[in-house]
Design a protein around this ligand. Structure first.
Ligand code: IMP
Length: 475
């Protein structure tokens, strides 16, 4: 039996700032929030999404697959979710792995079992029958393709996560793909596998089809109780006035069309992509929350204008614990890039920002932020992304130094827990304020530590976009 996922909404601790449902023609009310990464990924989206999930009934992962790693620090221990939405971690929510995802069924089955074993699979779990499957052959193909690029020209290698994401999305677009629904019908699965294998000529060391078919059918059988058509489930939920949180994976600057192509992932990790990846219509969306780290990181290859390859970058990597949650690769680190953030804000239509990891910058005297680029021809760039990655690689970042704030020791964190935004050090407020003014988007959340609850909400009285927010916080 598929899980019902139709309990009445029981959101706890609804924010008085953001929760007011919007009346819709026809009498229904709705609350759809979208959370997406505003940089190159790893902005601590998992932490922010987990906290927002407390106010949602459904939390839907809308894209990507096992390339993502959402890390959540629970009192019981750390969880890294790869293919599950963080909705599965709360008793009050239904976590949906949505239609825009590419899921690796064998790894997904293991991820569920592992959470169950730890007693952390608390919410319901639903898997979209329309999601595509990442197969073992896609993983082989992904590695083979990136090695091929590297052999032809080392500078062209993408440094993918080698989880098969690109080839799986390519097969989806090419209509060769295998969907979750196919895993439940062994004869169809076999036919589609044979068709797909027929297209993979020239790729060495593909796993044998018989073994793969058996493994997939077995994983499909174990996943079957969770599989359903998720769009009608969400439409019905909205009609009942229940709230839905769309959880983007990867991040805006990795978008296949609007990121630093070709150094991107193969999906649309933007707010528009979250709608395509869930089947919800745009008019339902009330809020788009962009998650940005107080500095910038990137894993894999591609242009990164504010990267610091010296001591400062090393400091950010060490203090920020900047290693990939999925691949364990050290992340490239640099300062906050307001050009990229302004671009992401325009692209996604952020209604607010969540700025994370501000604790990592604590104790620095001054903090450089990149306010614009100067291009080789002398022109300046403030809020667009040069179309060609080569051009972005040649951009010279222009920095402004903002005053630093003291380290956030345990006592300072305790005050933040108790008093909220008013306990933010004034230089930190100033930093956040500059972000709001420069991007035209208010800061609604500030993450000051990895743990659940280590987030400050900016209280009501939020200023108009682009206006100073400091006055509103000192209240
Ligand atoms: P793919 O998504 O595995 O194809 O990798 C393409 C590029 O996106 C590589 O540079 C990856 O490191 C990067 N990437 C993919 N997913 C994430 C993510 O969740 N966080 C950070 N980088 C990612």
């Amino acid at each position: 039996m598929p899980p019902a996922c139709a309990r009445p909404a029981a959101p706890s601790g609804k924010s008085h700032i953001y929760s007011a449902p919007v009346a819709r023609p026809g009498g229904s009310s709705t609350t759809v929030r979208v959370v997406v990464g505003a940089q190159f990924g790893d902005e601590a989206k998992g932490k922010i999404t987990d906290e927002l999930a407390a106010e949602a009934r459904y939390v839907v992962r809308t894209g990507g697959g096992p390339n993502a790693g959402h890390t959540i620090h629970l009192p019981e221990g750390t969880v890294v979710l790869h293919q599950l939405s963080c909705g599965v971690l709360r008793h009050t929510t239904c976590g949906v792995s949505g239609p825009g995802m590419v899921v690796q069924p064998i790894a997904l089955d293991e991820e569920i079992r592992e959470l169950e074993r730890r007693g952390l699979l608390r919410g319901e779990f639903v898997l979209s029958d329309r999601a595509h499957a990442v197969l073992p052959l896609h993983e082989v193909e992904d590695a083979w393709e990136d090695d091929l690029r590297a052999r032809r020209d080392p500078a062209s290698a993408l440094g993918t996560t080698r989880r098969g994401i690109g080839p799986a999305y390519a097969d989806r677009a090419g209509r060769w793909g295998i969907r979750v629904a196919d895993l439940l019908r062994p004869s169809v699965l076999r036919e589609r596998l044979e068709l797909l294998y027929g297209t993979k000529t020239g790729i060495p060391d593909l796993p044998p089809i018989d073994a793969v078919a058996a493994q997939l059918a077995e994983a499909g059988g174990r996943l079957a109780p969770y599989v359903r058509s998720t769009e009608p489930m969400l439409w019905d939920a909205l009609a009942r006035g229940e709230s839905v949180l769309l959880e983007g994976a990867n991040s805006a600057l990795l978008d296949v069309d609007f990121g630093t192509y070709p150094f991107v992932t193969s999906s649309h990790p933007t707010s528009a992509g979250a709608l395509v990846g869930s089947g919800l219509p745009p008019a339902e969306v009330e809020e788009v929350i962009g998650v940005a780290k107080a500095y910038t990181t990137r894993v894999g290859a591609g242009p990164f204008p504010s990267e610091d390859t010296g001591e400062a970058g090393e400091f950010l990597r060490r203090v920020g614990g900047e290693r990939g949650a999925t691949t364990g690769r050290p992340r490239r680190c640099g300062w906050l890039d307001l050009v990229l953030l302004r671009y992401a804000a325009r692209l996604n239509g952020f209604t607010s920002l969540a700025v994370t990891k501000v604790d990592i910058l604590g104790g620095l005297d001054e903090i450089p932020v990149c306010t614009q680029y100067v291009m080789p021809d002398g022109t300046t760039v403030r809020d667009v992304l040069p179309t060609n990655a080569d051009d972005l690689a040649r951009a010279t970042p222009v920095y402004e130094k903002l005053p630093g704030w003291p380290e956030l020791h345990e006592r300072a964190k305790e005050r933040l827990r108790r008093e909220g935004a008013r306990a933010l050090p004034s230089a930190l407020r100033h930093y956040l304020d500059r972000i709001a003014v420069e991007t035209g988007v208010s800061v609604g959340w500030v993450g000051y530590g990895p743990g659940r609850g280590e987030t400050v909400r900016i209280p009501p009285g939020a200023p108009a976009p682009g206006r100073s927010t400091v006055a509103a916080w000192t209240g």
